[in-house]
Design a protein around this ligand. Structure first.
Ligand code: ADP
Ligand code: MG
Length: 307
């Protein structure tokens, strides 16, 4: 069986999303322990992950050091965090393999994701990234970036275009056929556009759930598994009549989506990605918490979305 596991912020940084490096490693060790069971059971795996807190910190570093060394653009920061987080996942999983005497290889692929330069997001960016700035700081930053006003200050807004395809999906496919575990499409992939047949990095952020789905469909994965900090997707989440969705067809889930049960910044993209995955021939998309990964695969828990 072939699966794409999409790790959320919680798998990498713990609940408050601004963990120290030791805390990040602790969170990652916990995640490694949870997914090693799939590896022991012979699953072919691609692991994708978010990069929100890491890329936010890196952007802040660019800003703070701009008088010392030239600030790097967002697509370069995306590439840097793929290396940073890929390294952490590799090391934590390899150590778990050593403990359990598992003989599997693992590698990270720097991954580009093709987007359309005419995507409407480029004229009207919606995705807030990085830290919150004061009015005074924002005045300066606005000279270089689009910004949006939030409750507690200003944030940089970047376009979040739809992913069209994953540039490296064929090499990823070859690696998993050789039984290599691949970490890819980190942070939703590095967004690139095509001009006269050539690729160029562009300052945008592709949603990691949607990019994970693209990759999962392109490599013909059976399962797309979202590991986040809730055991289920719920109807009426956080309300008195909250109800876990244990199993649903894409028609049912689409109806719930239209009824507004899944917000755009969190559960929405996982649901949308799940629908796309199943529509494109995937067997099943599963949404659950990191701790419950194996139980969910065994059908004991989690939200299961199928045809
Ligand atoms: P990740 O980093 O894993 O992508 P997100 O924060 O983007 O995590 O999405 C998971 C969060 O979605 C949960 O922590 C929960 O607070 C929120 N959420 C919003 N709506 C729902 C819902 N209907 N069911 C479950 N969780 C929901
Ligand atoms: Mg998310």
């Amino acid at each position: 069986m072939k699966a794409v596991i999409a790790l959320g912020g919680n798998a990498l940084t713990g609940k408050d999303r601004k963990a120290s490096i030791d805390e990040q490693f602790d969170a990652m060790k916990n995640t490694a322990r949870s997914i090693v069971k799939m590896i022991q059971n012979g699953w072919e795996l691609v692991i994708t992950h978010g990069n929100g807190p890491q890329v936010g910190a890196l952007l802040l570093q660019q800003e703070a050091a701009k008088n010392v060394t030239p600030p790097m653009p967002l697509h370069i920061c995306g590439a840097l965090t793929q290396g940073q987080i890929g390294y952490m996942i590799q090391q934590c999983l390899l150590n778990e393999f050593r403990k359990k005497k598992i003989k599997r290889e693992i590698t990270t692929i720097v991954t580009q994701v093709l987007v359309n330069e005419n995507d409407k997001e480029f004229s009207k960016p919606t995705k807030p990234i990085g830290p919150v700035y004061s009015e005074k700081e924002a005045r300066e930053i606005k000279k270089r970036h689009k910004m949006g006003r939030y409750e507690n200050g200003w944030r940089i807004l970047v376009p979040s275009p739809q992913p069209i395809s994953i540039i490296e999906s064929s090499v990823i496919k070859k690696l998993i056929e050789k039984n290599v575990i691949v970490i890819a499409a980190g942070g939703g992939g590095i967004p690139v556009v095509e001009r006269n047949g050539m690729l160029y990095g562009i300052d945008a952020v592709v949603d990691k759930d949607l990019a994970s789905q693209k990759l999962a469909s392109e490599i013909n994965a059976d399962i797309l598994l979202f590991l986040t900090d809730v055991e289920y997707a719920y109807l009426n989440y956080g309300k008195e009549n909250e109800e876990a969705i244990k199993e649903a067809s894409i028609e049912e889930v689409r109806k719930y989506y239209e009824q507004g049960h899944f917000p755009a910044g969190s559960m929405g993209p996982k649901i949308k990605a799940s629908i796309n995955f199943v529509e494109n021939g995937g067997k099943e998309a599963i949404i659950t918490s990191i701790e419950k990964a194996w139980d969910a695969l065994m059908g004991k828990t989690g939200t299961h979305i199928h045809r």
